[in-house]
Write a protein that binds this ligand. Sequence first.
Ligand code: PEP
Ligand code: MG
Length: 324
Amino acid sequence: HREWLQALANVRPVTSDGQSIELKANISSLKELDLALKNGASGVGLFRTEFIYMDRTMLPTEEEQFDVYRKAAERLQDKSLIIRTFDIGGDKSVGYIQFPEEDNPSLGYRAIRISLAQTDMFKTQLKAILRASHYGSVRIMYPMISSLDEVRKANHVLEQAKKELRENNQPFQENIEVGIMIEVPAAVIIADQLAEEVQFFSIGTNDLIQYVLAVDRMNETIAHLYDPYHPAIIRLLKMTVDSAKRQGIQVSVCGELAGDVLAIPLWLDLGIEELSMSVQSLLPFKNRLLHTERAASQGIIEQALLCKTSLEIRNLLERSRIKH
Ligand code: PEP
Ligand code: MG
């Protein structure tokens, strides 16, 4: 079965009636990038860089980071690489940064909040990413954005990073694209405004579900409440995609839900053109996509929005699949 699945690596991801979706990979290391390419990923939709910061005793230098990002860009050649700036904090703490005592770390000092408080550390990473952009098709993504202010402040640091590189005659992609994770409910609610300031959205369903449903994604006791098919989630997906499309920016999905085969009709009907998923999901997902009819998912969103329970939504999605 494995060998048979592996043979799909070079097959184009397309529905039985010809609708293609780009399948990209979520990675956190160069080793995982090799697996992603082996499994036929057409790019990297999420490079989780926080792992470069973990399991060590001091901050990674600009050179150390540049080395990793450049290698990733080179291995991908003209395939796109979205590098997410560090999402440290929450469940991913590192020893050499002073973290306050927090009752609710996932609502606390993490991700872009650290970046904007410790701008030297942030700028170092941005310079490393910018320099790597000279070697491939690199884009930048900010995590945990909850306001327009944060985007503007982050972009301000990005401009400083660019200026410093220019002054040192270090080459980089001048018009590098910048996007944000949509993973905090506030970002969905103001998505129309955010869409005016960035070039792309990537929906992070892992955190979005946690924050919208107020269910800690790591808490086993309430894991049954962590429900990707809760009607509220469908509404938020629709709102986000509508805002992106109205502004004409690209929207993809990179949370675990992206690689859930049950969600395929949702992605097709929402008009999602790109999904980014764990390297293990790529081939099973493609296999299911190849046997899914795009036409059968027509109108699914409208119907899902009328559903009142997660079970109704799941049943709807099951039924919409073509039978074999
Ligand atoms: C997400 O929140 O959906 C996501 C992709 O990011 P992470 O899992 O790294 O928080
Ligand atoms: Mg997240």
